[in-house]
Design a protein around this ligand. Sequence first.
Ligand SMILES: [Zn+2]
Length: 119
Amino acid sequence: MASVKSCKQCGKEFEGRKNKIFCSLKCKSIANNEKDLLLRKTTRRDYAVMERNARIINSYMKSINMDRVSVLKSALIDQGFDIHGPFKLHFETENQPLYHVGDYWLKDLSKSYIITNAH
Ligand SMILES: [Zn+2]
């Protein structure tokens, strides 16, 4: 059953089947390209955050010269660490995720991390 609706991409009104959301193939492909671009941007941004977090952890651990330490999240945030990640999740025990960041494992406690050398 055909009905009048407006194109999700250009807003033009068109008649089409219920599940059709674009007026033309052109609009459909523009919308899909924009979606891809958004996805790529997110990935690049996520990658940049992970790289920066790895650098911060590596240099922090090098500066204190320890293989295992408990550190307040706020102290890492002060250095530019992004506690929202994204993180490479290694595994999770008792609701405490263990992340792989740089050369270290980070055990995520509520206000702090336990950082352990991964080597
Ligand atoms: Zn359109």
